[in-house]
Design a protein around this ligand. Structure first.
Ligand code: MF3
Ligand code: CO
Length: 250
């Protein structure tokens, strides 16, 4: 598949999908309290998504059994919600969610604090979030895809963090995952030229220690190899001739 350019109508639908997803994340983040299970977090997320008339896109995606990926502490992404997993004061929780609105997708992730967290964890979350904004300084016509990758990777590495290489961002639209793949670390080539009308999910996953990760036996949960904390920040954006439009932020 090649990279698609969205029509005005498609962009309108993706704007709506993105707004709903942004509200979902706001509501979900507010609701998270010590003592909740990751199962309860998933159920609440699914309820919010459906209350806006959207379909949770992750549910049953390649067999994924829930609506929200809930990844705690050293879990990087794709944590499977469980009735046995309780989040406690001091945990950090990465929430990744996707919605479908009238056939169009939006995908976004946030890492949130449960109760009071360490200064180090706070910094990891903030640097991960900021790396997305460093990256999208290059998300406009005239730049190339890997200008974004390089900016994200270099920024994170300047703090001594490990940027995950085994997972990448992606194009998005009628499908959750479309071309191109979007790495979050420095690339040898500049990649494809960016064009107005491309819609991309940019999603740095950043570890406090090594960038190396592994998959658990559930075949989904990705964890850091050294047990260090990991944060995730993702938005669906629209490339324009000027500043990018961040579709999944209010
Ligand atoms: N945001 C993630 C991604 O782009 C989550 C999708 S995985 C799923 O890969 F299986 F949970 F849907
Ligand atoms: Co994604």
């Amino acid at each position: 598949m090649s990279v698609t350019i969205k029509s005005q109508h498609e962009i309108e639908l993706m704007r709506e999908a993105g707004k709903i997803l942004a509200k979902t994340h706001e509501e979900l983040a507010k609701a998270i309290k010590p003592g909740m299970t990751t199962y309860q977090i998933d159920k609440l997320g699914e309820e919010i998504i459906r209350s806006y008339g959207c379909i949770p896109s992750f549910l049953n995606y390649e067999g994924y059994p829930a609506s929200i990926c809930v990844s705690v502490n050293d879990e990087v992404v794709h944590g499977i919600p469980s009735k046995d997993r309780i989040v406690i004061d001091g945990d950090i929780v990465s929430l990744d969610a996707g919605v479908i609105y009238k056939g169009y997708h939006s995908d976004a992730a946030r890492t949130v604090a449960v109760g009071e967290i360490s200064k180090e964890a706070e910094k990891l979350i903030e640097v991960t979030r900021q790396s997305f904004f460093e990256g999208i300084k290059f998300a406009k016509e005239g730049y190339h895809l890997h200008d974004i990758s390089n900016a994200i990777g270099d920024y994170c590495e300047s703090f001594g963090y490990g940027v995950v290489q085994d997972l990448v961002g992606h194009g998005i639209g009628r499908n959750l995952h479309e071309d191109p793949e979007i790495p979050n670390f420095r690339q040898k080539k500049r990649g494809i030229k960016l064009q107005a009308g491309m819609t991309l999910a940019i999603e740095p996953m950043v570890n406090m220690g090594t960038h190396e990760v592994s998959w658990l036996d559930d075949d989904w949960t990705v964890v850091t190899d050294d047990g260090s904390l990991s944060a995730h920040y993702e938005n669906t954006i629209l490339i324009t001739k000027g500043e990018p439009e961040i579709l999944s932020l209010l």
